[in-house]
Design a protein around this ligand. Sequence first.
Ligand code: NDP
Length: 393
Amino acid sequence: MATALIIGAGGVGRVVAHKCVQNRETFDRIVLASRTLKRCEEIQSELPEGAIEITTVDADSTEETAALIKKVGADIVINVALPYQDLAIMDACVQTGVPYLDTANYEHPDEAKFEYKLQWARDNAFKEAGIMGLLGSGFDPGATNVFCAYAQKHYFDEIHTIDILDCNAGDHGYPFATNFNPEINLREVSAKGRYWENGEWIETEPMEIHFTWEYPEVGPKESYLLYHEEMESLVKHIKGLKRIRFFMTFGQSYLTHMKCLENVGMLGIEPVEHQGMKIVPIEFLKTLLPDPASLGPRTKGKTNIGIVAEGIKDGKKRKIYIYQVKDHEECYAEVKSQGVSYTTGVPAVIGAKLMMEGVWSGTGVFNMEQLNPDPFMDEMNTQGLPWKVLELE
Ligand code: NDP
């Protein structure tokens, strides 16, 4: 039995709160803390009375977060605030000796760049504190890393290439909206593409490389090469890897809007002077765009996220596709949230559950593929994210 402290009451935080309540046998006490109490109150009101406690925290402050962890007596901190808070929350966990989990790697608010360097640098501190830190326990990163570990364990002697394929075929009816935090999403998508081949990172122009993939239960979709954080850890941990790429689908309307916003400077992260005030264009854009948490009741269609791995088994070539399909309306009916938040929040709860049950254990900072994939894959089947494996060759 564990006390879970969830930090961040956004789209993903909502799913994590609902799912922790569904996993009462593991999390007997659940505290949801976020910057704005109103967001916590909304989530609390959707759940049975007394199911969760709520409070405020500024998770940019290590001291404030550490004080809250102590006050609550947390057994685990589930960080589903923004990537900007990762380091402050990790340091608070080290100070208090409480295990840590997140779903996205650290990003500095003033630099559109994400990497594991600063989180991996805390490995020794986690070891000295005798605690586990689980990085990137969402869907991608998260379940996709586990799919790679599962492929490596059960299907290959050596994996040579991996393509991660992320398709959201949901339609929310707005001309333009993002499915998770607009600032994080637009920074990721408008950045240069990057993939890894033969030991080197190769940079591409944004959206330069694309192809059509036939996504089961969704259909053919144009998929664009992006840089994505799980590749940084997978190149370290998957045996014999020669190439890894990440593709995401986008509709033409999304791409046209994004290009236009970029061309007029609305994706800028530097403050600009406006009528005597300093404003950051992308922050202002976030204010204008629909709140991702409000997309839930409007979104129809499915997500399909998976990996295609090619390599060698018993001297023969093999190619497999592991994927998971989720229906947005089904997610909303279950936890009042659309599929992108659902497919992120459920793996976060699975990771936390495995840590609290001691199924996944260790001291230091871990990426998902470093742990035994089997219990995670089993939990996905029972917690609402059933997956399939296809033999392609
Ligand atoms: P939202 O913007 O909807 O929610 C973020 C929440 O964090 C908000 O409630 C916000 O508060 C709160 N927050 C922000 N700053 C602070 C702070 N300093 N202290 C306390 N709380 C704070 O984002 P999402 O729910 O969509 O995303 C959550 C995380 O999940 C992000 O890190 C995102 O990158 C990650 N993610 C990972 C995916 C994966 O597959 N691995 C996929 C999608 C998202 P307020 O309400 O006041 O703004």
